[in-house]
Design a protein around this ligand. Structure first.
Ligand SMILES: [Zn+2]
Length: 338
């Protein structure tokens, strides 16, 4: 046979395996992520071997998300589910039940040592079934970390459940490397025929993440450490703050849903004046009302929009994770540069 002459037995075997794998996995793997940032990471690593979709949409607030029937349908059709973990997706158990999804699940933060909620903010409640608590609940605790003594929250009665860990680990490009490894591993396991493809793309993506991380560190050298303090809407930036020595002072807690008390706001305003904080940022997933009030009363300028828990719409430049991290850095440097 001509074939025998042209190909070694090994090549024929490899071609046979390839053909077999193509017939098994001709359709892209259907991967559903809980929110848009993970969805982008899945697309980066999965390329054209995956059909990626997200449950919480772009500019959506995952903390207050209420799944719709169409989300159950999306999840029901998934072959792989990717979530953040660290109790970020409080709405997920109900949705999983509604969808009857029993397939594999990747927890993107697996292996990360999470930051504790500084100040023990208690607003990470499962708001999906906890609304009745809200009016009676007095958020009488401080959100200003530097100002916080034990006394400030020791008398605070916790009336509802919340996570004790900060889920916003994607705000650190260093920790995003762990996300990439976990997602890649999950894709490889769910679709072994394309394992090498995923590994190659994950490696390339990890490289680009590293380059952005390095360039942010270099660029931030233009801002003296003592100037690196800003006010944000909700407490989503602790990981970024830790990575780059920036002090983020949140108006509300780790969830975007808490209503700060008048006392909380007064304390933030005092702190902003005392520390001469230059900039206060709006977030894409949180109402700007409070930010504008604090800006008015302190003379701090509204520095722009930081992307915290969701990407922006397609074509906005903040429609990818790397684009979002780049944009957040640009906004911060612009506002803080002396
Ligand atoms: Zn958040």
């Amino acid at each position: 046979m001509k074939m025998r002459d042209l190909y070694s037995g090994r090549t024929v075997l490899a071609l046979g395996l390839l053909a077999a794998s193509l017939s098994v996995q001709a359709e892209p793997l259907r991967v559903v992520s809980s929110f848009s940032i993970l969805n982008d990471m899945v697309k980066e690593i999965g390329g054209d071997k995956v059909m990626a979709s997200t449950i919480v949409p772009v500019n959506g607030d995952a903390h207050s998300f209420e799944p719709r029937p169409s989300d159950a349908k999306t999840l029901a059709s998934a072959q792989l589910l990717v979530i953040n973990g660290l109790e970020f997706e409080t709405w997920l158990p109900r949705l999983q039940q509604a969808a009857g999804y029993k397939g594999p699940q990747i927890v993107a933060t697996e292996g990360i040592t999470p930051l504790a909620f500084e100040g023990g903010q208690d607003d990470h409640a499962d708001h999906s079934h906890d609304h009745d608590h809200e009016p009676a609940h007095d958020h009488d605790h401080q959100h200003v970390r530097a100002e916080e003594g034990e006394q400030a929250h020791s008398d605070h009665a916790h009336s509802h459940q919340h996570g004790s860990q900060d889920p916003h680990a994607w705000q650190s490009l260093g920790l995003a490397q762990i996300y990439v490894r976990n997602i890649s591993k999950g894709l490889e396991q769910a679709d072994p025929a394309n394992a090498e493809y995923y590994q190659r793309r994950a490696k390339d993506y990890a490289q680009r993440i590293q380059e952005l991380d390095d360039s942010i560190k270099t660029r931030l050298q233009a801002v003296p450490v003592e100037k690196r303090k800003v006010i944000t809407s909700h407490d989503a930036f602790s990981y970024m703050g830790k990575a780059y020595d920036i002090r983020f002072i949140p108006l509300v807690g780790v969830s975007s849903q808490a209503e700060p008390s008048a006392r909380d706001i007064a304390q933030i305003i005092q702190l902003a004046r005392r520390e001469q904080i230059q900039a206060i940022f709006v977030e894409n997933t949180v109402s700007a009302k409070l930010v504008e009030q604090v800006a008015r009363e302190t003379g701090a300028k509204v520095g722009g929009t930081l992307y915290s828990d969701a990407l922006g719409v397609a074509g906005s430049g903040v429609d990818t994770y790397l684009g979002m991290m780049r944009s957040n850095t640009d906004q911060l440097i612009k506002a803080l540069q002396p």
